[in-house]
Write a protein that binds this ligand. Structure first.
Ligand SMILES: Cc1cc2nc3c(=O)[nH]c(=O)nc-3n(C[C@H](O)[C@H](O)[C@H](O)COP(=O)(O)O)c2cc1C
Length: 370
């Protein structure tokens, strides 16, 4: 199937505007997931072997998740499950529906294997997303693949009022998801990253965790951070989120940094405003993961994301401290076969290293350094 992707799908996608290609892909998945034979076909073609992964209190089929921003309407949960993800993150959702920034706002560059986006939380709003998720829930036979909701702040809400915006989404979505990610790191909503600072972060996380308890308790609340934090800022976020009771951290979101341009096309690509994802983010996000793992002595769960497109990339995130991993950009460049290649490749890495389970690999590179 990788061959099919390289020969036919990739050139076809390359001719299309990035966001249009994305919308068409989402529509195709939506159509496919509606028919049981198509779901079966997706499983036969793409689903990886099981590589069980204990994360929080979950026993996932594998440690690979879909990163936030791909399924902004939470409309393809069953398709992601058939393709073989161990968990997915849907959204980002805001309390009010919003259309996001003017188009074009998503850019692809195959030389760098990177995307730049300035979507600005285009999403149907948390109430509509809850409605979609509730319909899917009744159709799913197994709930093994966990669904996290990524929450952001509505554009018209000030940072001062951010807690009530996030809490409204959390309350609305609570019955339909397995956990929450408090996203304070998207670069495309003015002022949002300031919520990573001191009192603002404390206030926001305390409010969200309180709200989760009021809803019935038991669903993990995590925080997602930017790769552009200094080590001091990072330590502050870690300490604040741990003391607030966050169940873990997702490292990282997209970066404002840019790679050196390699040709004319990449020169105009790197000039685009927005958050960069994909290969150029890989190194920095792994450094951040290692920093968090060391500071918390491996006692706080990390989901690693940023530039993962091979089993080796995922392995590096895990041996530097991640318990699970996610991807977005690689799905655009490599298609759904990337899921099986990564998960089956991780299984092989375990065997090669004489390990019997993934948790034995977490932070291994850092132990060797000591
Ligand atoms: C088009 C696009 C939209 C995104 N939207 C969100 C979002 O709504 N919330 C969020 O936390 N991250 C969002 N992200 C960031 C991804 O979840 C992920 O952290 C980032 O792309 C790095 O992973 P990758 O290198 O595998 O793509 C988005 C990324 C892209 C490319």
């Amino acid at each position: 199937m990788g061959v099919f992707w390289n020969l036919l799908a990739r050139p076809a996608i390359a001719l299309q505007d990035s966001e249009k290609a994305h919308s068409r892909g989402m529509f195709a998945l939506k159509m496919a997931q509606a028919f049981p034979p198509m779901r079966l076909l997706m499983k036969l073609l793409w689903r990886p072997k099981q590589t069980p992964c204990e994360f929080l209190e979950w026993n996932l089929a594998n440690p690979l998740g879909l990163a936030a921003g791909m399924d902004k309407k939470a409309e393809n949960v069953m398709a992601w499950e058939s393709l073989g993800f161990g968990f997915i993150e849907v959204g980002g959702f805001t309390a009010t529906a919003q259309s996001g920034n003017p188009k074009p706002r998503m850019f692809r560059n195959s030389t760098h294997k990177a995307l730049i986006n300035r979507m600005g939380f285009n999403n149907p709003g948390s109430a509509a997303a809850a409605d979609t998720l509730s319909k899917t829930m009744s159709k799913r036979k197994s709930r093994r693949m966990k669904v996290l909701a990524n929450l952001g702040r509505s554009k018209n809400t000030s940072n001062e009022n951010a807690p009530s915006d996030y809490c409204e989404s959390l309350r609305t979505l609570w019955p339909y998801v397995d956990g929450f990610v408090i996203n304070v790191s998207s670069p495309n909503t003015p002022g949002l990253r300031e919520l990573q600072e001191g009192n603002a972060l404390q206030n926001l996380l305390d409010s969200c965790i309180e709200e989760e308890k009021r809803c019935g308790s038991g669903k993990p609340v995590m925080v997602k951070i930017s790769p552009d934090l200094s080590n001091e800022q990072l330590d502050m976020v870690i300490d604040c989120a741990r003391s607030a009771g966050c169940a873990g951290i997702i490292a990282t979101n997209t970066t404002l940094e840019r790679p050196q341009p390699l040709n004319r096309k990449s020169e105009s690509f790197v000039e685009q405003a927005g958050g960069l994802s994909g290969q150029p983010l890989k190194q920095r996000s792994t450094e951040i993961i290692a920093h968090i793992h060391k500071r918390c002595r491996g006692k706080w769960p990390i989901i690693g994301v940023g530039g993962i497109s091979t089993a080796e990339d995922a392995w590096q995130k895990i041996i530097h401290g991640a318990s699970c991993v996610q991807l977005y950009s690689a799905l655009v460049f490599k298609g759904p076969s990337v899921i099986r290649n990564i998960v089956n490749g991780l299984e092989r890495k375990l065997k090669l290293n004489g390990l019997s389970s993934l948790d034995q690999a977490i932070g291994l590179a850092l132990e060797e350094e000591e």
